[in-house]
Design a protein around this ligand. Structure first.
Ligand SMILES: [Zn+2]
Ligand SMILES: [Zn+2]
Ligand SMILES: [Zn+2]
Length: 264
């Protein structure tokens, strides 16, 4: 019996030891112990930087990115059922709203325009000495390479006093790497431009013939009945080449164009 107990104790100790020594490979988000390879600096500087980093991380932990979009409210009024002589809006399918069309708006947020360190930007390389951990490799003007682990995304790093240093969370995005889209008030939605949020439109409207579509300055109609939104992108005295909003290239004889864009 005492022997069994001893073995159990040994096993426990081994487990505890293994747990304590193993370095978790998912260090980036939580790597407070070893946040940055300070490269060519003295041991004292490293210790000081680490202490500062720890202090700063403790007082201002980076907030998680805004992954979940804000709950969206219908933008204007409530979509209603079609009455006699109406149909369900074919653009928003009766919802009254469509995804926000502001440039780079993704579910109500757009990438921070500030100088913060962002994932998916710059050159990435394995973090030296930490297998499985990726870090952003930054080449400084003194031709040294620093590695910043991705847990520092949202911070502003500058080359100062001969070293790459963190100036803390980005003042523009507070470390979120994204900012709320003003166009949609971070809802990610906007009022449907065709039904103006009502969800229902006159039965006679078609996707290629309705007040909103007909107002578009880049509307092109061809004599063969084709209709698209696009811009002239080449051609000669006989042919004209169009690039549609969807990215398609359409080449037709100039004489075949029934309606030219208002803003060529
Ligand atoms: Zn609509
Ligand atoms: Zn930022
Ligand atoms: Zn938006």
């Amino acid at each position: 019996m005492p022997l069994t107990l001893l073995w159990a104790l040994l096993a426990l100790l081994t487990l505890a030891g293994a747990g304590g020594c193993s370095r978790a490979p998912q260090a980036p988000e939580t790597s407070e112990a070893d946040p940055v390879d300070l490269g060519p600096t003295t041991a004292a500087q490293v210790a000081k930087a680490k202490a500062e980093m720890k202090e700063r991380l403790a007082e201002a932990p980076p907030a998680p990115p805004p992954s979940a979009p804000a709950i969206s409210e219908p933008v204007a009024g409530k979509p209603r059922a079609p009455k006699d002589g109406e149909q369900v809006c074919f653009v928003c399918e009766a919802k009254g709203e469509v995804p926000c069309s502001a440039p780079r708006c993704n579910a109500g947020y757009r990438p921070c325009p500030g100088p913060c360190f962002k994932r998916h930007e710059g050159t990435w390389a394995p973090y030296p000495g930490q297998p499985g951990v990726m870090a952003r490799a930054v080449r400084t003007p003194d031709r040294k390479t620093y590695y910043i682990s991705e847990g520092h995304a949202g911070e502003v790093w500058v080359f100062e006093g001969g070293a790459l240093v963190s100036k803390g969370l980005c003042p523009t995005c507070k470390g979120h790497r994204a900012v709320a889209c003003k166009s949609c008030k971070s809802s990610g939605k906007q009022e449907c431009p065709v039904c103006r949020g009502e969800g229902a439109i006159p039965a006679a409207w078609t996707p290629e013939d309705n007040p909103w579509f007909n107002r578009q300055p880049d509307l092109v109609r061809l004599k063969d009945g084709r209709v698209f939104l696009g811009a002239e992108s080449g051609g000669d005295e006989l042919l004209v080449m169009w690039k549609t909003r969807a990215g398609e290239i359409i080449t037709v004889p100039r004489t075949e164009v029934a309606q030219w864009p208002k803003n060529p």
